[in-house]
Design a binder for this molecule. Sequence first.
Ligand code: GLY
Length: 388
Amino acid sequence: MIRAGSRNSSSQPRVAIIGAGIIGLSLAFELAFRRGTQVTLFDTRACGRGASWAAAGMIAPAFEAAAEAGVHPRLFDLCLESANLWPDFAAEIERASGLPSGFEPAPALAVAMEAGEAAHLAAIGRVLAARGVAHRALSGEDVRRLEPALSGEVLGGLELETDTRVDNRRTVTALLAALMANPRVSFVDGPAPLRSSGGRIVLEGHDPVIAAAGWETSVIKVEEQGALYSLVNWDTALDDIDCHGGQMLSVAAGEGAPQRVVRAGHVYLVPRGGQVVIGATMETGRVIDTPEDEVIEALRAEGVKLCPALAGALVTERWAGVRPGTPDHAPFIGETAAPGVYVAAGHYRNGILLAPVTAQIIADQILGQDAGALAATFTPRRACSATA
Ligand code: GLY
């Protein structure tokens, strides 16, 4: 037990959130600070130290969702909505915690070093133009005027107004500090004692239950007649939450290090706290705890190809994490087939970006408010498959 927390002082049951990553923490923040609800957060690991800590902190609706093949048809809308929520979300976290939220808005650069990447950027540009979303097409010279240390092989790029960054480790730290100081919030360092009774999943003193345990959501345990079963037995849709390992590194930000987020194909450079994060591998089906030397070296070399000024930079950290995904790369947000049990998981590469909107949707749904038509399309009950 991290903190015993307050006893329930009202007749309202507490909301149980299983998983204290950025999704669970943001939901607890929404409920406790904005809606006046009592919350218990359960986690078997260190709070906020999973995918939320491993992330690079990009808020990238345009690059990640505008022109991705096979994704949920409304994913870009959800990403844009959440990006718009970030400034207020960050300001409230700062007010509540007295700590920096880490939100550092500045347009990202997406650049192309080969024809296929240029074609992808052109496709993003067309979607943004059709939607009236601010962006600017750049020549190779324009790109190097903005970031002089980038490779002479950069053919051109896009400046993306919607895409920015946050120091996600600061966000998680500030969220935790705010929640730990709030008497409506309790933390439990261990599994939630869920049990099945009369065909219903119950957690004593709590209702509803929100499953927000990232890639491990489907295997949250439920006790029935002395035996433990996985939550997926109550809703087979949760079986679609898969895992995508990622490895990355950071280097010291010396002379010529980029000032903005720079993306080229699957490689990105993210300035963060005097360092540059170089990411990331996408290793579907792999749960990776420990970064691998040859993978990290290959990634470093790709970062250096994009920004040769990083060639001699000291490697300051190497790490690995696991992203939770779904077949259409959009999160499951909503009530499961088990009444009173909601899911908020499967955010794929967009967990940091989608935290505020996910929190608002689940809060609306469990408090009986209208979460809107867009939110309804992310139900775990949807037919969820890649369309390409
Ligand atoms: N959001 C970028 C990544 O997941 O690597």
